[in-house]
Design a protein around this ligand. Structure first.
Ligand code: ADP
Length: 608
């Protein structure tokens, strides 16, 4: 199977010797000749055989198998990885196929999946080093750039959609189902946007799960919670539309799109008066995105990847008639839209300058949970042609993210099942079911601007968060950001928290749980003790998560001017819009918003 170490060493020695000899013989300033000599030296550059390479990626080790035949790369396989589904798929596929077909290790990283790309390339190189490869050999490999060129610079569709996240895909399915010819422009190499990396929570009053668990809920209650959560500056009409359409939209997702929600899981996010969030299979957005994409493909929706919308086209009468775009092949493209354009390009959480422009508090000191594509392009494009913007200063942080990367932690959602938050001194400091903004600010006010979530078996067995999100859990443990122990003492010692204070905080909390009332912070939801081992402690920080501001729309998802006039031919849905969530979006309301208004935009654009 794998080549013996001795052979590899020998071949490396031969190569090093020949390389040294050739370098020594060439003229110092004759770089062209030197370059040529290098390339010649590496012809038939590797020893035949099958080699394994391993490199840590974002989620764990990536293992590759490289086959060398007749002195060069003949086959590359990724045999093991734990990278995020969908985001990494395209990167892995592209790098493997480029290295294999071009026999070069000098391939581009895939944007949006940089860490994964770099790890795959490094793993391939480390396999090739065993076959006699070296940095000098790799450096001589030809540069390979993967691009798809459009045959037609101008193309005409009935509907052009900007962005292949949750709202864009939902709109694409609806518009296509209504008979329209639809194209979706996506600037990244992979689809899904922030919806893909979400927890897949969808608030639905009146769901089967609520009936099963005897939860009394109503559209009015949902509206009331959402308005309260947004400090009542929300557009009430839009909130009403979202709440009324939540159940029919969930049914559509389940019955028409085949999205699977966990039958026995109902989550109560912060700020909600009852548990009302359905949770998609796997507790992330993958199932939702995969199923919407499969439906869109079945309906014949055209996807243009790595194609960035740059500008909206308007005719003399002010009607939006298309989009100017550019792609990775550096082509300037025009997509005409005979019926209309839907902007579904998401928020601007990944655009630090734009964040600072609208609210200087959210500068570079904050990491973000967002995918890199969410840079507010749709907001800028529509504003240029007269669209009104709302609530741009309201930017939300998610309180419990990875302190090293800013990526949202789903293990930390054990908070909703009963985990408590402590500070470095070992004291509770906030109601754990508070709104995201309140908890985030409270964490930032603590020593070191971080917090510790602490829970035991009673909480763990509700959501099994360490199992459901095992990959994330392992990552936190490896980074020493999470510790599991048999005693509270050990938890405290792991992070240097004062043992006695921490024990006292937990004892006090457990006594309150026994009495059924958290008299310190008035915690909502079911109270659960922290008494049964194993125990867990996890370090968390807030990171930018959602931008509430964006384009002003009406209940038909049409984009409006400052005078509340409709911009003909222009629709918007999802995080790119403003007004629905007011100052602060409640958990599980993003996916409901995206799916409800994505459908409305997709249905209405066809009526134009
Ligand atoms: P929503 O939740 O509102 O659907 P997402 O964040 O899920 O928003 O998806 C937005 C998508 O739009 C992302 O995939 C992002 O890469 C894409 N996008 C953003 N700007 C552009 C642009 N200028 N052209 C094409 N796609 C874009």
């Amino acid at each position: 199977m794998f080549k013996p170490f001795k052979k590899a060493l020998l071949s490396m020695l031969v190569l090093i010797m020949s390389f040294t000899f050739m370098t020594a013989c060439s003229q110092p300033d004759n770089s062209a000749a030197e370059e040529k000599t290098d390339i010649e030296a590496v012809k038939g550059k590797y020893k035949d055989g099958v080699y394994e390479g391993r490199e840590p990626g974002k989620g764990g080790d990536i293992v590759v198998k490289v086959t060398v035949t007749d002195g060069d790369i003949s086959k590359v396989e990724v045999v093991e990885h734990k990278e995020s589904e969908m985001i990494s798929d395209e990167a892995i596929k592209r790098i493997v196929s480029s290295v294999q077909s071009e026999k070069s290790t000098n391939v581009d990283v895939v944007s949006g999946a940089t860490m994964t790309s770099e790890a795959v390339i490094k793993a391939i190189k480390s396999a090739l080093v065993q076959a006699g490869g070296s940095e000098a050999i790799f450096a001589a490999d030809p540069k390979v750039k993967h691009v798809t060129k459009e045959a037609e610079i101008e193309q005409t569709y009935e509907v052009v959609i900007i962005g292949a996240g949750g709202a864009g895909l939902t709109a694409a399915v609806e518009a296509s189902q209504a008979g329209a010819k639809v194209v979706v422009l996506e600037k990244m190499p992979s689809i899904g946007g922030n919806t893909l990396v979400s927890g897949g929570g969808l608030n639905v009053p009146g769901s089967d799960q609520q009936k099963k668990f005897n939860v009394k809920d109503s559209v009015d209650q949902f509206v009331e919670d959402t308005l309260k959560g947004g400090d009542n500056i929300n557009n009430k009409e839009l909130v009403q539309v979202m709440a009324e359409n939540a159940l029919p939209t969930a049914e559509w997702l389940i019955n028409d799109i085949n999205v699977e929600f966990m039958p026995d899981r109902l989550q109560q996010f912060g700020g909600h008066s009852v548990p009302r969030a359905l949770i998609a299979k796997g507790n992330h957005g993958t199932d939702l995105i995969e199923k919407l994409k499969a439906k869109a493909d079945e309906l014949g929706v055209v996807f243009k990847m790595e194609t960035k919308a740059d500008e909206l086209i308007i005719d003399k009468g002010g009607q939006v008639t298309g989009v100017k775009a550019s792609n990775a092949a550096e082509q300037q493209l025009t997509f005409h839209a005979s019926k209309g354009v839907i902007i579904a390009s998401g928020g601007f959480g990944s655009n630090v300058e734009m964040r600072k422009k609208y609210n200087p508090e959210f500068d570079e000191k904050y990491m973000t949970t967002d995918v890199p594509g969410t840079t507010g392009d749709g907001i800028v494009m529509a504003e240029k042609i007269g669209a009104d913007l709302l609530h741009m200063e309201h930017i939300q942080t998610y309180p419990t993210c990875n302190p090293k990367t800013g990526i949202i932690s789903y293990v930390a959602n054990s908070r909703f099942d009963g985990a408590i938050l402590l500070n470095q001194e070992g004291k509770r400091f906030v109601e754990e079911m508070e709104r995201r903004d309140v908890i985030s600010r409270a964490i930032l006010d603590q020593t070191g601007s971080y917090g510790y979530l602490v829970w035991g078996q009673e909480v763990e067995e509700v959501g099994h968060m360490t199992d459901v999100h095992q990959q994330e859990y392992d990552g936190f443990v490896n980074e020493k950001l999470l510790h599991k122990a048999e005693t509270i003492e050990e938890l405290a010692q792991f992070f240097n928290v004062d043992v006695q204070t921490m024990k006292k905080s937990i004892d006090t909390y457990n006594k309150q749980v026994e009495k059924g009332k958290d008299t310190d912070f008035n915690r909502r939801g079911e109270l659960r003790p922290i008494a049964k081992a194993p125990f867990y402690i996890q370090k968390v920080v807030p990171a930018i998560h959602h931008t509430m501001g964006g384009l002003k729309i009406n209940p038909q998802a049409q984009v409006l001017t400052a005078n509340n006039e409709v911009i003909p031919g222009l629709f918007a849905a999802g995080e790119v819009t403003g007004g629905i969530h007011g100052t602060n979006r409640l958990g599980g309301n993003a996916v409901t918003d995206v799916a409800v208004f994505g459908r409305i935009a997709g249905q209405n654009v066809v009526k134009e």
